[in-house]
Design a protein around this ligand. Structure first.
Ligand SMILES: Nc1ncnc2c1ncn2[C@@H]1O[C@H](COP(=O)(O)OP(=O)(O)OP(=O)(O)O)[C@@H](O)[C@H]1O
Ligand SMILES: [Mg+2]
Length: 303
């Protein structure tokens, strides 16, 4: 990749931003995960954008996740829930190799993105992060840049674009992130002059501008007021028409409202690694889950 500005590139790699012209391919037949979870029998496997198989994750000698298998459906919202420390952030970071910025963090197992093994030897993590964008818990707009420049920060690294093309991308992605109406008259203002909720939507627009296939969000609304949270939830319906979304949340109502599928992570005994305890359609997970711990958690009995 021919990046001219390495500082920015590094920031974008860790914050996430993208790649122009991501290749959306018709997925080849994907292998069945060996550890598939409940409720998926008979479903066409081509519906999955991401297939995770036998994933174990470690921080040094500490094993944080054990044997996770999951099929993340294309153009659907998948919510990840579970008690603090059970490995939700660890898992989501494994989906775009973001954990590799943590010294000593490592993965074994497989993560297939449209059939491509993202951990294969010749795969560049920068490319993976272009295809699988990430929005963090704390909004992180680039402090010295305007709203407009924040949105296009990633794509500009990929080469020159016409001003009209950039204008279109800025408007389109700010609309998708439900921020356009609030900022359309002040695009040259600093990105950090926005409220926390607006900054988070700006970061979503920045991620969208890279045209990823998958968007990962780790508690994107946890620091936001109810109105901003609502706006992010509103944006979700729109986002899933174009993208596959994975969102970590501690808010059960939010998971129930916005997601199509839900994965419940759980630690069975103190000191054990986290596991994907149950995975199913959200309606099933919140009405009649198969496991007692899931029911206890979604009804607020613990966690
Ligand atoms: N950078 C790190 N170095 C060492 N251990 C870590 C690191 N990040 C997470 N862990 C450990 O891995 C386990 C899972 O943590 P993780 O952050 O994935 O949990 P989580 O489900 O996202 O929790 P929360 O809901 O509080 O965000 C925990 O035991 C945590 O202490
Ligand atoms: Mg977390």
């Amino acid at each position: 990749m021919d990046f001219k500005d390495t500082t920015k590139e590094q920031a974008l790699n860790t914050d996430q931003a993208d790649e122009s012209g991501s290749q959306r391919r018709e997925s080849a037949r994907l292998p069945e995960p060996q550890h598939s979870s409940e409720g998926q029998a008979g479903e066409p496997i081509t519906e999955a954008t991401v297939v995770v198989e036998n994933l174990n994750m470690y921080y040094g000698s500490f094993k944080a996740l054990k044997d996770v298998g999951m099929r993340i459906r294309r153009h659907r919202v998948t919510a990840l829930i579970g008690p603090s420390g059970c490995g939700k952030s660890t898992f989501i970071r494994s989906l775009n190799r973001m954990h590799e910025i943590v010294p000593g963090a490592r993965v074994d197992g497989k993560v297939l993105l449209e059939g491509d093994d993202i951990y294969a030897k010749d795969v560049d993590p920068v490319r993976v992060r272009r295809r699988v964008g990430m929005v963090f818990q704390k909004p992180n707009p680039f402090p010295t840049m305007s709203i407009y420049d924040n949105v296009i920060a990633g794509i500009k690294l990929g080469g020159k674009r016409k001003k009209t093309e950039l204008d279109n991308i800025v408007e389109k992605t700010l609309r998708q992130a439900a921020l356009w109406n609030e900022v359309k008259d002040k695009l040259k203002d600093g990105g950090t002059a926005l409220s926390g909720g607006q900054q988070q939507r700006l970061c979503i627009a920045r991620t969208l501008a890279m045209e990823p296939e998958v968007i990962l969000m780790d508690e994107p609304a946890s620091a936001l007021d109810p109105v901003s949270t609502q706006k992010i939830e509103d944006a979700m319906e729109e986002l899933k028409k174009r993208y596959t979304v994975v969102i970590v949340t501690h808010n059960m109502q939010q998971a129930a409202r916005i997601s199509d599928y839900t994965g419940f992570f759980y630690i069975e005994n103190m000191g054990d690694p986290g596991q994907l305890w149950e995975f199913d359609e959200t309606t099933k997970m919140f009405s009649s889950p198969n496991r007692k711990e899931t029911e206890d958690y979604v009804t607020g009995r613990f966690g």
